[in-house]
Design a protein around this ligand. Structure first.
Ligand code: PGA
Length: 264
């Protein structure tokens, strides 16, 4: 199955507009003249989206700008109104946002997001034609307690509840074991492959083999230039969602480069 790998930088609460501009200019100059058989996404904090849109989509956009897609790190499940602090999908569309990260484990554990609220956001994102990067993953206690598969099953089934096959086709899943996020501990390629294969089998159960074969499943959790090749060589891993190692242009680029060669 020919699935185009997707490498997405999740900057979390790092980089405002000034640092975003520095990063993007440096990154674009580094990829000048190169073509990657991969999609590249940058998801900065909301406040830096106008700058990113300006850099990548205005008449004066720098060369190679088309190589990068814009992502957001969250969206509201509501359209508009009295929701202090929220950002709607239509507001994101104004800044050429294509992807939106939903259900990240930090959103789940620190901000109390549930499978139901993530499902509502997924639907709202699809209404505005945004492509969700739908994050799932188990904690260490859940893995050690033998609950890996039941946790993933619940997250996938509840998160994708009433999502049509057409909308699933525009969705990317990110498998991120919580114990590997920001810890420097990466899942072994075997652990990652096993979890990805299981998630793909869940998609086959819910949507059929064709949809399962087409959906892209990224790995996330301490991906670095040094482990990208091995992880991306796994048959069910189709790219990466990268936090810490995507804060520096050369490191993000090295991950894409090392990972893309392997994913061919
Ligand atoms: P990390 O974060 O690469 O810093 O582990 C990944 C993520 O949270 O998406």
């Amino acid at each position: 199955m020919n699935r185009k790998p997707i490498f997405a930088a999740n900057w979390k609460m790092n980089k405002g507009a000034v640092e975003t501009e520095d990063f993007v200019k440096s990154f674009l100059s580094k990829i000048q003249g190169q073509n990657f058989a991969a999609e590249i996404v940058i998801a900065p904090p909301f406040i830096a989206l106008p700058k990113l849109a300006d850099l990548l989509h205005t008449a004066t956009a720098v060369q190679n700008a088309h190589a990068i897609q814009i992502g957001a790190q969250n969206c509201s499940e509501y359209d508009s109104g009295a929701y202090t602090g929220e950002i709607s999908v239509l507001m994101l569309r104004e800044f050429f946002v294509h992807y939106v990260i939903l259900g990240h484990s930090e959103r789940r554990s620190i901000f109390g997001e549930t499978d139901a609220s993530i499902n509502a956001k997924l639907k709202k994102a699809r209404e505005a034609n945004l492509k969700p990067i739908f994050c799932i993953g188990e904690t260490l206690a859940e893995r050690e307690g033998g609950k890996l598969e039941s946790v993933l099953r619940t997250q996938v089934t509840e998160g994708l509840k009433d999502i049509s096959e057409k909308d699933l086709a525009e969705t990317v899943i990110a498998y991120e074991p919580v114990w590997a996020i920001g810890t420097g501990v990466t899942a072994t390629s075997q652990q990652a492959q096993d979890a990805h294969a299981f998630v793909r089998s869940l998609i086959a159960e819910l949507y059929g083999a064709d949809a399962a074969g087409k959906i892209r499943i990224q790995y996330g959790g301490s991906v670095k230039p040094g482990n990208a090749a091995e992880l991306m060589a796994c048959p069910d891993i189709d790219g990466a969602l990268i936090g810490g190692a995507a804060l520096e242009p050369q490191s993000f680029l090295d991950i894409i480069r090392n990972g893309t060669v392997q994913a061919q």
